[in-house]
Ligand binder design. Structure first.
Ligand code: GDP
Ligand code: IMO
Ligand code: MG
Length: 424
């Protein structure tokens, strides 16, 4: 298989980093195709424990190219910081590339995002990394892209043209403004440090596909936070669905061979918005942990305690429908090891009637989840590496996911580390 796309099947933080790190062993290139450093993808492998925000999780495999592609909004300071941290761990980053068409996320995007979040009227609980404002500038053709770092004279003209609008918006929100010189000083550092990594992305990707290389596209967040298909307005500003890997990458959708949906064995979300199976803190303590372990349920980007709930199968089915999963990876099955009874949401009632579609955010607030209660397995799955050796009730849980979603479960995570996985 030459092109595989891996995406989140819920509200983000499903365990994509772990599965990408595992699948990267067979890959020639791993590509991020949307989002920015709102992502927090956790990888635990023989090189250490990492939380990656912009760098594709394939960076740890020797000889594997890593591309931050078109469709992303990239804060160059964060990227340089992250690369330096990874290099400190002894990892070679010489094969990390950046699309010339990727948008540069500017310091003023962060200021505007933070100001919006402070306002009770516009805040939705973003990561305050400037994501929405960088995408807004892309849409209104006011963004700088990495290609602009290769021609500083033209770049200055663009900055001079953009800054009056940006500064008016900053002033209106009570934020400090930026001069052209402030921005150009940053631009020249970014150009010096990052220019060597910038590539023309469409030929870079298509030539690799034509050579028969194996490419893995790593999604950020999950389907429920897609700007078009998710719980608008409590969403991110990009499309974390599989087809967008092709749209932004400039290759035909028909080139995609495999689409892996990553889900957690339960549900989690950060930020505001409807969450039908959400539990209160007391009930969800077993999932969350105290924050001392790498796999405790605190945001890998913001450190916020994640909202937690039982598995919601209508969400997984919706994600399977909009993405076209060819297989599913279920992470964190081990976190259910100690539960005597496990609840799974298998449907929603809206105004007393069962519904067979994913409603808008407004109606999702009103739905009543319908639960099936399953017997737990009350034994540790951490050391299991073969499907047949899983406890019978854990297999029933996996089979319920398959039956409901119509998609085979190919990978099962039984712990945070690289080899804590069952492959079927
Ligand atoms: P991502 O954003 O989808 O890459 O997911 P995050 O890294 O933000 O969150 C997933 C969390 O679950 C991280 O703390 C991982 O270390 C952890 N994790 C992933 N898979 C497993 C698993 O199978 N078992 C356990 N216990 N932890 C896992
Ligand atoms: P990964 O890739 C979980 C959430 C924010 C907020 C909404 C919009 O690690 O799964 P944004 O900063 O994107 O404008 O915030 O999306 N969010 C995430 N939640 N995991 C993420 O990334 C997220 N990236 C953004 O909490 O609700
Ligand atoms: Mg995450």
């Amino acid at each position: 298989m030459s092109v595989t796309v891996l995406v989140g099947a819920q509200f983000g933080d499903e365990g994509k980093g772990k599965i990408v790190d595992y699948l990267a062993k067979d890959m020639d290139m791993v590509v991020r195709f949307q989002g920015g450093d709102n992502a927090g993808h956790t990888v635990v492998n023989d090189k250490g424990s990492f939380k990656l925000h912009l760098v594709p999780c394939g960076i740890f495999k020797d000889g594997c190219k890593a591309l931050a592609n078109t469709g992303m909004v990239i804060n160059p300071d964060e990227l340089m910081k992250e690369l330096a941290e990874i290099e400190k761990g002894g990892v070679d980053t010489s094969l990390m590339y950046i699309s010339s068409r990727a948008v540069i996320l500017m310091p003023y995007h962060i200021a505007l995002d933070s100001a919006s979040e402070r306002s009770g009227r516009t805040g939705i609980g973003t990561t305050k990394r400037g994501i929405g404002y960088a995408y807004a500038d892309r849409a209104r053709r006011n963004a700088l892209r990495f290609e602009n770092l290769l021609d500083l004279e033209y770049c200055r003209k663009r900055v001079e043209a953009i800054m009056p609008t940006v500064n008016a918006e900053l002033e209106a929100k009570g934020c400090e403004t930026f001069s052209v010189e402030n921005i150009m000083a940053k631009v020249s550092v970014w150009a010096e440090k990052l220019s060597k990594r910038i590539v023309e992305p469409v030929s870079f990707v298509n030539k690799a596909i034509a050579r028969g290389e194996k490419l893995l596209f790593e999604g950020q967040l999950g389907a429920m936070k897609d700007i078009d298909l998710g719980i608008y307005p409590y969403v991110t500003s990009s499309n974390p669905v599989a087809a967008y890997a092709a749209v932004s990458g400039g290759f035909p959708v028909s080139k995609i061979d495999e689409i892996v949906g990553v889900m957690k064995a339960f549900s989690s979300a950060v930020g505001d918005g409807p969450f039908p199976t959400e539990m209160d803190d007391e009930q969800s303590g077993g999932f969350r942990g105290t924050g001392n372990q790498i796999d405790d349920e605190f945001g890998a980007r913001t450190g916020r305690a994640r909202r937690l709930g039982w598995l919601d199968l209508p969400i997984v089915k919706f994600a399977a429908t909009v993405n076209g999963f060819t297989s599913i990876a279920v992470c964190k099955i081990d976190k259910l090891d100690t539960y005597e009874k496990i609840k799974v949401c298998t449907g929603y009632k809206l105004n007393g009637e069962l519904i067979d579609y994913m409603p808008s955010a407004t109606d999702l607030y009103k739905v009543e989840p319908v639960y099936e209660v399953m017997d737990g397995w009350l034994t540790s799955t951490r050391d299991v590496r073969e499907y047949d050796k899983l406890p019978a009730n854990a297999k029933k849980y996996i089979e319920l996911i398959e039956k409901y979603s119509g998609v085979p479960v190919k990978y099962i995570g039984v712990g945070p580390a690289h080899d804590e996985i069952i492959v079927r």
